[in-house]
Design a protein around this ligand. Structure first.
Ligand code: MIC
Ligand code: SF4
Length: 638
C-alpha cells in the first residue's frame, strides 16, 4: 500500500498500536527540546524519575522565553537549567542564543526523525521533513527518560501546493490562507502533509515558517518532504551527513486534501485577536499602526530578516512608527551583520533587540494603549502582548515592511520590485554547550525561585464539584494561565503561579476555587488551544479543579489535564452547555469506577437531573487519572 510521509515516519517509530485514526499509538522519540518557561518543570519531572542521564539520541535545553532579568527569578532558572543539562547529558542553549525552534532547525533537526518539544511550535522542525510535535513538559520528561510518546493516531490532511508565490507574497501567506479556510480548530486530529511538484519552490526557511504556524490550526503537526532544498539547507549548515530524501509514495491516500494555488495568493494578515481572523491586506489599508515587530520562531529567520532589509534598504520608517527586530537565532544576526543587511535596517530606523521570544509572549515590547501593533509572530490572542485590549495583527515580513514605511497596514505590492533573498553567508556562530561525557559529579543549582513539585492525591471514588467558572469557545491556555513578564518568572513555583489562573478573565477565580474545591470548569469548543504550557492544567489542579466539562478539547491541553489528574469530560449533547452555570453543584458518582471500567459514557447529576458526559480516554490515561496524575502512575510502576 502506498503510504503518506507521515505514515512512513510513524511506522518507523511505532512501538504500540497500529496506524489507524483515533487509536492511541506510542512512538519512540529520537530528539527532545525544552525551553525555559516549560523546561524547569520538565527538568524537575525528569529528576523525579531518578535516572542518571537522558536516553534520547539528543536532548536540548533552550533558554529563550524568560530572558529578562528584572530580579533573581529568571537568572536562577537559567542557572538551574544550565547545571541540569550538564548533570544529565543535554545540550544547553543560553539566553540570547536564539529561539528554540529556529536553533533546533539550524543545528539539530534531521529528516525522518521524531522530535518532541515542550512547546506548541515544535512542528517548526516539519520544515526539514521530521515529525516534530509539541507536548506538555511531563511527556517530554518521559521521552527524555526513553519512554515512548502516546498520542491519538492522527489523520493526514494532504495540502497540495501548485504554482509559485507571486512577488511580495510569502510563506506566512500560505499558512494564513489555511487558517482563513480551516479556522483555529480545523487541524485538530490531523497532520498537515504538504505535497505536489511546487513544494520544490519553497526553501526550508519558508517551509518551517508554514509548519510552525500549523500549531494555530490545532494540528498534531505539519510536515514537508525532504528533497534537494533540504539537502542544500543542511549542507549550508555543514550537516549534509544527516540528509536523507523522503516523500510520500505515489498514489498514497490522504484522509482529506486542501489545494493551494500559490500564484493566486495575496498578502494577508490575521486581525485582532485570533490567528484565524484572516483578511487580505488590500482590504485593511485604513488601519493605523504605530508598532511593528519582526521576530519570533515563525517570523524571525534569516529569510524573514532579509526580506525586511531588502524592502527597507535606502528608505526611512514612517514618522511615529517603531519597528523592532528580534532575530530568531544568533546565526541569523551574524549573517545579516556580515552581508550588510543589518546596516540597511539600522539606517532605516529599526530598533534591534536580542534573539529570543520577547514580545511574542509579553516579555517586553508591549504596545501603547489603543495602538495597533503588527507582528510577524504566530499568535495574537487577546492580551498576550501585555497590554489590555490590545490590537495585534499578524503577517509576514513583506506586509510588516510596507506597513512600517506607510504607518498603516499596507500592501507590499505597492513597493515596486520585490527584493531577492541572497544565499546566507556561511556563518554558524552559536553559544550552544555540548553535553558532558559524564555529568554525574555536577551539582544541580537551585535558587529560591524553584519550589518543590506539589503532591497530587488520587481520584476519590465519588466526586461532587462546584462549577467555579463557565467560559465559551476557543479558550486558549493564555486565558487559563496567562504569560507576560510578571507571571512567567513564576513558572518554577506552582503554588505562586496558580494564583494567576484565569486572572485576566476573572480575578476572583483562584480564591473562589480554592474555597469551593473540589471544583469543575465548564467550557465550549476547542478548549485549551494554543500553547503547550502544562501550568494551564497543573495550576487549576493545584487550586482544586478535578474535572473539566467542555464541548471539545485541544490535543495538548487534554493530554496535560490527564497528566495532572484533571478528568477531561465532553458533553454528549453540546446543547447541555446551556444547562450549566457557575455556582452549580455537579455530582459525579462512581467516576473513578467508570474510568477504570472503561465506560465511554458517564451520567452526572446537575440539580438532580442527569447530564450525559463522554469519557474520551485510553486505558492508560484512565489509570493515570485514577491515580491522580502521571507522576503517581510512574511511581506506582517503579
Ligand atoms: C507560546 O507561544 O504560547 C509559548 C509561550 O511558546 C508556549 C509555551 C509556554 O507557555 O511556555 C507554547 O507555544 O507552547
Ligand atoms: Fe517563543 Fe513566540 Fe515562538 Fe512561543 S510562539 S516559542 S513565545 S517566539
Amino acid at each position: 500500500m502506498p503510504r503518506t510521509l507521515t505514515q512512513k515516519i510513524i511506522d518507523e517509530h511505532l512501538v504500540q498500536g497500529v496506524f489507524a485514526s483515533g487509536q492511541e499509538i506510542a512512538l519512540t522519540i529520537d530528539q527532545t527540546l525544552t525551553q525555559d518557561a516549560t523546561g524547569t518543570l520538565a527538568a524537575l519531572e525528569f529528576e523525579a524519575l531518578g535516572l542518571e542521564r537522558v536516553r534520547t539520541e539528543l536532548s536540548v535545553s533552550y533558554v529563550d522565553h524568560n530572558i529578562l532579568q528584572a530580579d533573581f527569578k529568571n537568572p536562577d532558572d537559567h542557572r538551574f537549567l544550565r547545571s541540569f543539562a550538564a548533570r544529565y547529558g543535554l545540550w544547553y542553549s543560553p539566553p540570547g542564543n536564539g529561539i528554540c525552534h529556529q536553533l533546533h532547525l539550524l543545528h539539530f533537526g534531521r529528516p525522518g526523525a521524531t522530535l518532541l518539544g515542550s512547546d506548541s511550535h515544535t512542528p517548526h522542525g516539519g520544515g526539514l521533513g521530521m515529525l516534530a510535535m509539541g507536548a506538555g513538559g511531563l511527556d517530554v520528561a518521559a521521552a527524555m527518560a526513553g519512554a515512548p510518546f502516546s498520542l491519538p493516531c492522527p489523520k493526514v490532511l494532504g495540502v497540495e501546493l501548485t504554482g509559485r508565490l507571486s512577488p511580495w507574497v510569502g510563506a506566512k501567506d500560505v499558512i494564513l490562507e489555511l487558517l482563513k479556510r480551516l479556522s483555529v480548530k480545523g487541524g485538530v486530529g490531523y497532520v498537515l502533509e504538504y505535497f505536489g511538484p511546487d513544494v520544490a519552490t519553497l526553501s526550508v526557511y519558508e517551509r518551517a515558517a508554514i509548519t510552525n504556524m500549523g500549531a494555530e490550526l490545532g494540528a498534531t503537526t505539519s510536515i514537508f518532504p525532504s528533497d534537494d532544498n533540504t539537502r542544500a539547507f543542511l549542507a549550508d549548515q555543514d550537516r549534509a551527513e544527516v540528509y536523507q530524501p523522503l516523500t510520500a509514495d505515489q498514489g498514497c491516500a490522504y484522509d482529506a486534501v486542501e489545494r493551494i494555488d500559490l500564484e493566486a495568493l495575496e498578502p494577508l494578515a490575521a486581525c485582532p485577536s485570533s490567528p484565524d481572523a484572516v483578511r487580505p491586506v488590500s482590504e485593511l489599508g485604513g488601519v493605523a499602526v504605530e508598532q511593528v515587530l519582526v521576530g519570533s520562531c515563525g517570523g524571525g529567520s534569516y529569510h524573514d530578516l532579509m526580506i525586511l532589509a531588502g524592502a527597507l534598504k535606502g528608505k526611512k520608517l514612517a514618522p511615529g512608527v517603531t519597528l523592532g527586530i528580534n532575530p530568531g537565532a544568533r546565526q541569523a544576526l551574524a549573517q545579516i551583520a556580515a552581508n550588510g543587511a543589518l546596516n540597511d535596517l539600522l539606517e532605516a530606523g529599526v530598533r534591534l533587540h536580542q534573539s529570543g521570544c520577547l514580545g511574542c509572549i509579553g516579555m517586553s515590547q508591549a504596545p501603547a494603549t489603543g495602538v495597533a501593533s503588527l507582528r510577524t509572530f504566530p499568535r495574537n490572542f487577546p492580551g498576550r502582548s501585555g497590554t489590555k485590549d490590545d490590537q495585534v495583527y499578524l503577517s509576514g515580513p513583506q506586509v510588516a515592511a510596507a506597513t512600517a514605511l506607510a504607518g498603516h497596514l499596507a500592501d507590499p505590492r505597492e513597493l515596486g520590485p520585490a527584493p531577492q533573498v541572497p544565499p546566507a553567508p556561511p556563518l554558524h556562530p552559536s553559544a550552544l554547550a555540548a553535553p558532558l561525557d559524564d555529568g554525574s559529579g555536577v551539582e544541580v543549582l537551585r535558587g529560591p525561585n524553584i519550589a518543590p513539585f506539589p503532591e497530587l492525591d488520587a481520584l476519590p471514588e465519588d466526586l461532587s464539584c462546584t462549577v467555579t467558572l463557565k467560559v465559551g469557545d476557543n479558550i486558549t491556555t493564555d486565558h487559563i494561565m496567562p504569560a507576560g513578564s510578571q507571571i512567567l518568572p513564576l513558572r518554577s513555583n506552582v503554588p505562586a503561579i496558580s494564583q494567576f489562573v484565569f486572572a485576566d478573565l476573572d480575578e476572583g477565580f483562584a480564591t473562589r476555587t480554592q474555597t469551593a474545591a473540589p471544583a469543575v470548569v465548564v467550557g465550549g469548543e476547542n478548549y485549551g488551544q494554543g500553547s503547550s504550557r502544562e501550568h494551564a492544567a497543573l495550576g487549576p489542579r493545584y487550586l482544586g479543579v478535578r474535572a473539566k466539562i467542555v464541548k471539545s478539547f485541544a490535543r495538548i491541553h487534554k493530554a496535560n489535564l490527564v497528566n495532572f489528574g484533571v478528568v477531561p469530560l465532553v458533553l454528549a449533547d453540546p446543547e447541555d452547555y446551556e444547562r450549566l452555570d457557575e455556582g452549580q453543584l455537579i455530582q459525579l458518582p462512581g467516576l473513578k469506577k467508570a474510568l477504570l471500567g472503561g465506560a465511554e459514557e458517564f451520567e452526572a447529576l446537575v440539580d438532580g437531573q442527569p447530564l450525559k458526559l463522554i469519557i474520551q480516554a485510553s486505558p492508560r490515561e484512565r489509570e493515570i487519572l485514577a491515580l491522580g496524575g502521571r507522576l503517581n502512575y510512574i511511581k506506582s510502576r517503579l
